[in-house]
Ligand binder design. Structure first.
Ligand code: UDX
Length: 421
C-alpha cells in the first residue's frame, strides 16, 4: 500500500519504518528539513532501538519530504502522527492535529480517488468524530464514507522500545465509522497475529487513554502500598511478586519507586483530568493517581534528611536524570522535583546520566555535571533516580545511598535505604 505519515516524531517515524518492513511504500512528512535529510540518508533523527537498522534495510521504500501535498497525492492512506502537547492548564493542545487535518482536507478536495485518513495522534475521546471530521468535511467539501475514509488507530509504543512494541503488539485497535476504512486497515495489519479490536472512533480514543491511566494507576497504587510497607518494614517488591502472580492483577507496572514521568502518562492523565472537569465529572481516581505521583519523588528527599538533617553545603550525588533508562528524554523526570527541593535547602548538586545530561543542562544550568558516574559518587550522599545498567557496576562501598529505583547492587553501601523497601 502507499502510505503517507504526517509527523516524524517517535510515533510517526516508527509507524512509517515498520509499515515499510511489510513492503508498503512510505512517504514521511515533516516541517523540519534537518529531520527530512537525516531520514533520507538512513539516519533516524531520534534514537529507538532497532530503528536505524530497519530504516536502512527498507530505505528504498521510505522517502521523507516537506511536501505534504505530493505525499497525499501519491498515497492512499494518510496517518496523522503529530504531537498533542499539554497546555499550561493541563488541557490537550490540538493545534498541530487540527492544522494538519485542515491541510489534508484542502489537498483531498483537489484529489481524485478515495483517501483513508487515520488519526494516530493521541486525542481525547470524541475528537476525531466531533472536531477532526467536521474540519475535513468542511475544507474538502467531501463526505466521509462516500468520498474519503476516517479511522482512529491509537499507538501503545513505549519510548526506547517503540519498534519492538509496534512489531509485537498485545492488540491493534481500529476505530472507524465506515466499513471500507475498517477493511483497508485490517488488510494493512494482516501480518500481525495479535487480536484486532474493531470499534468506534471514540471508543478507540478512550482505549488509549484508559490504558495509560490504568498503567499509571498501577504504579501510583503500588507506590502507595510501598509507602505503607516502608512504615512497617515490609519489602514492597515481595508484595508486588505475591500480588502479581494473581492473573487478574499481573506483575507488570508494579515496580514501586519515585513514580512515573515521560511524555505520555503525565500529559494523558492531566488531559483526562482537565477534560472531566470541563464535562462536570469529578475524576477522583485519576486525580489521586496524579497526587500520589507528585508527592512520590520527595519521599527520597525525606529519607535523605533522616540521615542528613541539614543539607546546607552538603554534596549530593544524583544518579539518573532521564525519566527512565535507555532514553535521553527528561520530560517530567522525577529527578526534577527532587533537585528543586535540594536546591531550596542549599545542597551542592552533582549529577550524572549516561544520555540525558545535555537536555538537563537546559533546565538546570548551575548544578555540577559530572563526566562519570564515579565522579558523582564522590559526594556526601547519593540518590539513585533512574535505573541505568551502568549504575549496577559502581562501587558503593562506604557511601550513603538512598535508592528510588530498586538498584539492589547499591545495597553494599555503608548506609542503604530504598524508598519503598
Ligand atoms: C508509556 C506507555 O507504556 C506506552 O504504552 C504509551 O503509549 C506511552 O507511555 P513510556 O512513557 O515510554 O510509555 O514509558 P514506560 O516504560 O511506560 O514508563 C513510564 C514511567 O513509569 C517511567 O518513568 C518509569 O520509570 C515508570 N514506571 C514504570 C514505574 O515507576 N514503575 C513501573 O513498574 C513501570
Amino acid at each position: 500500500m502507499n502510505i503517507s505519515v504526517i509527523g516524524t516524531g517517535y510515533v510517526g517515524l516508527v509507524t512509517g519504518v515498520c509499515f515499510a518492513k511489510f513492503g508498503n511504500k512510505i512517504i514521511c512528512v515533516d516541517i523540519d528539513q534537518d529531520k527530512i535529510d537525516k531520514i533520507n540518508n538512513g539516519i533516524p533523527p531520534i534514537y529507538e532501538d532497532g530503528l536505524k537498522e530497519l530504516l536502512i534495510e527498507n530505505q528504498s521504500l521510505i522517502e521523507a519530504t516537506e511536501n505534504i501535498k505530493s505525499a497525499i497525492i501519491k498515497s492512499d492512506i494518510t496517518f496523522i502522527c503529530v504531537g498533542t502537547p499539554s497546555k499550561k492548564t493541563g488541557e490537550i493542545d490540538l493545534t498541530f492535529v487540527l492544522d494538519v487535518a485542515k491541510t489534508i482536507a484542502k489537498i483531498i478536495k483537489e484529489k481524485d480517488g478515495w483517501q483513508l485518513i487515520v488519526v494516530k495522534s493521541t486525542v481525547l475521546p470524541g475528537t476525531t468524530k466531533d472536531t477532526i471530521l467536521p474540519i475535513i468535511e468542511k475544507y474538502s467539501q467531501k463526505k466521509v464514507g462516500k468520498d474519503f475514509g476516517l479511522a482512529m488507530n491509537p499507538e501503545f509504543l513505549r519510548e526506547g522500545i517503540a519498534v519492538n512494541d509496534f512489531l509485537n503488539p498485545d492488540r491493534i485497535v481500529i476505530g472507524t465509522i465506515d466499513e471500507r476504512s475498517k477493511e483497508i486497515l485490517k488488510k494493512l495489519y494482516k501480518d500481525f497475529s495479535c487480536p484486532i479490536v474493531e470499534t468506534t472512533l471514540s471508543a478507540a480514543e478512550m482505549i488509549k487513554y484508559a490504558s495509560n491511566c490504568m498503567l499509571a494507576t498501577k504504579i501510583s497504587f503500588i507506590n502507595e502500598i510501598g509507602n505503607f510497607c516502608k512504615k512497617l518494614e515490609i519489602d514492597a517488591y515481595d508484595v508486588a511478586e505475591g500480588m502479581g502472580l494473581d492473573k487478574r492483577i499481573g506483575r507488570a507496572f508494579l515496580d514501586s519507586g519515585i513514580g512515573w514521568g515521560g511524555s505520555c502518562f503525565p500529559k494523558d492523565l492531566d488531559a483526562i483530568s482537565a477534560w472531566s472537569k470541563e464535562k462536570n465529572y469529578d475524576s477522583k481516581i485519576i486525580d489521586s493517581v496524579i497526587y500520589v505521583n507528585d508527592k512520590q519523588p520527595l519521599k527520597l528527599n525525606e529519607i535523605l534528611k533522616k540521615h542528613m538533617p541539614s543539607l546546607k553545603g552538603k554534596k549530593i550525588g544524583i544518579l539518573g536524570l532521564a525519566f527512565k533508562p535507555d532514553t535521553d528524554d527528561i520530560r517530567e523526570s522525577r529527578t526534577i522535583p527532587i533537585i528543586k527541593q535540594l536546591l531550596k535547602e542549599d545542597a551542592i548538586i552533582k549529577v550524572y546520566d549516561p544520555k540525558a545530561m545535555e537536555n538537563f543542562r537546559k533546565l538546570f544550568p548551575d548544578i555540577i555535571y559530572c563526566k562519570t558516574a564515579d565522579e558523582a559518587l564522590e559526594s556526601d550522599a547519593i540518590l539513585i533516580t533512574t535505573k541505568w545498567e551502568e549504575f549496577k557496576k559502581l562501587n558503593y562501598k562506604g557511601k550513603i545511598v538512598i535508592d528510588g529505583r530498586r538498584l539492589l547492587e547499591a545495597k553494599k553501601a555503608r548506609i542503604y535505604e530504598g524508598v519503598c523497601w
